[in-house]
Design a protein around this ligand. Structure first.
Ligand code: 9WO
Length: 253
């Protein structure tokens, strides 16, 4: 999948293709990242990308002209290879990203045609850019960052790990938290005892059915206690309700 990122800080965004799962995906050619710096699309000696806000107030706003040129250059380059990539603006005003949105982007036309991720800095970008060129506006959560880059990197990371062949183990992405709106169960590895704390006995039983049942019970119980809002998204099957009752009974012990 191809990602084109419009950013004043390409070094920051490029680090995503230099390390970890996303780094390996880039090396293996499963993802491609191209950064476009609006400063390279300025004409003046100072390479000005920002200006004072109309109406006054603190800070600066990213100017329309260089951004328009940058977005159109990115669109053209991406079009030559793929088809019509969407332009996504990262901002706290966007629709909040969740795993189902990520899954859609990693599977559908976005995966084939790529995404153009637009990162603002300063107080934001001239609104007319959003009107003219932005197809979708996404937020990664209710907090303010100093720019959209970390949001773009979050989207690239979350999509990449779902792409075919990226994760070694065939179904490890599918087994994760949120696959069916449930949080993950706990994990343990050796040694068996850490500061007097034992691992749950069932995990040593070798009984794969019992282990799978315990993991699902924990996932449901933890979701109920920590994120009840997620359980309301898809009502529990009667088997899952039984597991939740068992979990709550075991908690009282
Ligand atoms: C900065 C600022 C400073 C003084 C007064 C008001 C202010 N508002 C902002 C601001 O919202 N800056 C944004 C920085 C402008 C757009 C890019 N920036 C950004 C993106 N911050 N946080 C995000 C973001 C992106 C995706 N998901 C969550 C947050």
């Amino acid at each position: 999948m191809r990602f084109d990122v419009i950013t004043l800080l390409p070094e920051l965004v490029e680090s995503v293709t230099q390390v970890g799962v996303t780094g390996r995906a880039a090396t293996r050619g499963l993802i491609e990242l191209h950064c476009w710096n609006p400063r390279d699309f300025t004409e003046d000696v100072h390479r000005t990308v920002d200006d004072r806000p109309y109406g006054g107030g603190p800070g600066m706003v990213m100017k329309a002209e260089s951004l328009l040129k940058t977005i159109r250059a990115a669109r053209k380059a991406s079009l030559a290879v793929n088809k019509t990539a969407k332009v996504i603006y990262l901002s706290p005003q966007g629709k909040q990203l969740d795993q189902s949105a990520v899954r859609k982007m990693s599977a559908g036309t976005d995966a084939e045609q790529g995404l153009i991720l637009l990162c603002g800095r300063y107080e934001g970008i001239d609104e007319r850019i959003i009107e003219l060129e932005v197809d979708e506006e996404w937020s990664i959560g209710d907090y303010v960052l100093s720019g959209g880059e970390l949001g773009a990197m979050v989207i690239i990371d979350a999509i990449t790990r779902l792409l075919p062949d990226v994760l070694g183990h065939k179904d490890s992405a599918e087994q994760d938290s949120f696959t069916d709106n449930l949080l993950d169960c706990e994990h343990f590895t050796r040694p068996e005892v850490v500061e007097d704390l034992q691992i749950p006995a069932v995990l040593k039983s070798g009984d794969h059915k019992a282990i799978a049942k315990w993991r699902r019970k924990q996932a449901i119980g933890r979701t109920y206690q920590r994120r009840p809002d997620l359980l309301l998204k898809n009502s529990l099957s009667s088997d899952d309700k039984t597991l939740l009752e068992e979990y709550l009974n075991e908690q009282d012990l």
